[in-house]
Design a protein around this ligand. Structure first.
Ligand code: B12
Ligand code: SF4
Length: 518
């Protein structure tokens, strides 16, 4: 039977970080719904006290609940909300989209409180799902969608990928940037200008979803959208979340030149591989800096050539890590690197090589920063099968994945005393050199002084590979908990459910009228 309801309620579960901003995946899939005349309500648990109550209130006259999630802690609130939804509104469909359902559709759909999953890009798929639900029709025939019928799990064929230039702009106007700013202390947004990555690192899930088909928006459109977004929402920073922003060198430089010409002042940061940064000369990086580029995030991942090879990072030599740090520093751009500890094949010696790399780069290039993780094999990544053969146990229910998180992953080859040692080492790496997170530094003065005071002993320990009796870390924790900063008060503004099919003043994503071309 045809439903009279026109409202789609989105839930965005907390992702264990204060670096809060609007969920780009939800803003992306909202635009086609708005254009088709549906109402959209977004409830992001990070900015919404009593989020469960609020979701359930909204569902009273809704067509469905749609949740966006990646593998890890977001699953906890997803399951909590989905179960409550099914308890109070057993007939209301619960649809899951994003990276976790895309990479593990069978197990996700098998969860009792889930009615449908969308694999991969959701813009067209979700619109079709909602149209079918409104018409009271089955979800048969919608590519990329899995659903339940008479207790059976049914998967339609995958949906072919659409290039980014054919996708509608994101519905940024739905985001409550004031609330995100209250949580994070900075007013910022994510923006995306290209899809996919030409490489296929062993630990990365990108190939599984985007198939290495790198494609991008033209420089004029990027310049127009970035400046408009910043001006419209008074943003201080844009994090361009492209997997590898610098794939097309000319495009990157044209974007920088365009931004310089526009003369709008704001910071932005990108993710790029070291080999592609190294392809640029310092003068070119200085143009990017003049355009506002303040940080380049690279996946250095290891200081051991052997481990880099095992990771499938043949495109990155250790020299490129140094070259990138050197050139960025000369251009005034902060070089930021990620590192993974515990990759299969990494032993004590390789770990030492990584720590030596970190110490060396941070000393030579003050301002360079490293963020570390413990290797966490994700379904859909090339290394997954090997990791399972090596004894990694993967959860057999969706809920089990909630604790699957690189901050505390314990691996069969990195457990017990060794795991604790690596965690303590990571604690020392965290305080040895300064790092600049997106969220404002709200630490108490005393905590900050404490961090400074232990940075020298931390460096000594890292140089000497000595982590016994970690008294500085213990002191730091006592001081942090004694002088903990008050938690920010947050609340999402009560937007009326959006009805308008992309009102011109919003132009849907910060594209100027006439510029979108999409
Ligand atoms: C930005 C980002 C973050 C930010 C998020 C900031 C924020 N405020 O939201 C931060 C830094 C917090 C982060 C953290 C982590 N991230 Co992250 N992150 C990304 C990144 C670079 C961009 C995400 C994005 O916005 N993309 C742009 C939007 C438009 O795309 P999208 O979200 O995929 O949405 C599309 C579809 O997925 C789908 N869709 C999305 N939601 C929904 C909802 C519905 C209902 C439907 C139908 C469809 C749908 O349609 C959208 C449009 O096509 C991606 C890489 C990538 N290429 O996407 C990694 C990525 C999502 N992250 C990943 C990982 C592993 C992590 C961490 C575990 C890393 C860590 N070391 O801690 C943590 C986990 C945090 C947590 N939640 O628990 C993996 C996820 C793998 C997986 N199995 O889930 C990715 C894919 C990176 C990778 N290639 O491996 N991340
Ligand atoms: S370079 Fe980054 S995005 Fe590309 S495959 Fe490697 S980890 Fe994934």
């Amino acid at each position: 039977m045809r439903s009279k309801r026109k409202k789609v309620v989105f839930f965005f579960p907390a992702f264990s970080s204060l670096e809060a901003t609007a969920p780009l995946g939800i803003l992306a899939v909202s635009t086609p719904l708005l254009r088709a005349g549906y109402q959209v309500r977004i409830i992001d648990s990070t900015i919404t006290p009593r989020f469960q109550e609020r979701v359930l209130e909204e569902l009273d006259d809704a067509l469905c609940l749609a949740v966006s999630l990646v593998t890890g802690p977001m699953i906890r609130e997803t399951v909590q909300i989905a179960r409550e939804t099914k308890r109070l509104y057993p007939e209301l469909p619960v649809i899951l989209g994003g990276w976790h359902p895309s990479l593990l559709p069978d197990q996700t759909l098998a969860e009792e409180c889930v009615d449908a999953v969308v694999r991969g890009q959701g813009e067209e798929a979700l619109l079709q799902v909602v149209q079918h639900l409104e018409a009271g029709a089955s979800l048969a025939g919608i590519d990329g969608v899995g659903y339940k019928e008479n207790g059976e799990l049914i998967f339609n064929p995958p949906r072919s990928l659409r290039p980014i230039g054919e996708l509608p702009p994101k519905a940024y106007h739905l985001a409550d940037f004031d609330a995100y700013e209250r949580v994070c202390g900075r007013r910022w947004a994510m923006y995306i200008s290209s899809l996919a990555c030409p490489y296929n690192c062993a630990y990365c899930t990108n190939e599984g979803v985007y198939g290495r088909q790198w494609n991008a928006l033209g420089p004029e459109q990027v310049v127009e959208e970035m400046t408009d977004l910043v001006l419209r929402h008074r943003l201080q920073l844009l994090w361009v979340v492209d997997d590898n922003f610098l794939v097309d060198r000319e495009r990157s430089l044209a974007i920088a030149e365009g931004l310089v010409r526009r003369g709008v002042s704001f910071d932005w940061s990108i993710q790029a591989t070291t080999n592609l940064v190294d392809r640029l000369n310092v003068d070119e990086l200085k143009i990017l800096r003049r355009a506002g580029l303040s940080q380049i995030c690279h996946g250095a991942e290891s200081g051991s050539p052997k481990v880099l090879k095992l990771m499938g990072k043949d495109f990155q030599k250790l020299d490129a890590i140094y070259a990138s740090a050197e050139k960025c520093s000369q251009a005034g751009i902060r070089p930021s690197f990620n590192v993974i500890f515990g990759f299969p094949g990494e032993g004590e010696e390789e770990r030492r090589e990584t720590v030596r790399l970190i110490m060396d780069v941070c000393r030579r290039y003050p301002g360079a920063e490293f963020w570390t993780n413990i290797f966490t094999p994700y379904p859909g990544s090339p290394i997954m099968r090997q990791a399972e053969e090596l004894g990694v146990q993967t959860p057999d229910t969706m809920e089990g994945w909630a604790d699957y998180f690189p901050r505390y992953t314990v691996l069969p080859w990195l457990n017990g005393r060794q795991h604790r040692r690596v965690q303590v080492m990571r604690e020392y790496l965290r305080v040895a050199f300064n790092r600049v997170p997106i969220a404002a530094d709200r630490r108490h003065r005393v905590t900050r002084l404490m961090h400074q005071a232990i940075s020298l002993p931390a460096r000594w320990r890292l140089d000497h590979d000595f982590y016994g009796l970690p008294i500085e870390i213990w002191l730091k924790n006592v001081v942090s908990s004694t002088f903990e900063a008050p938690k920010p008060q947050v609340d999402a503004r009560q937007f009326p459910a959006e009805k308008a099919a992309c009102r011109p003043e919003h132009a849907c994503a910060g594209t100027s009228p006439g510029q979108s071309g999409r």
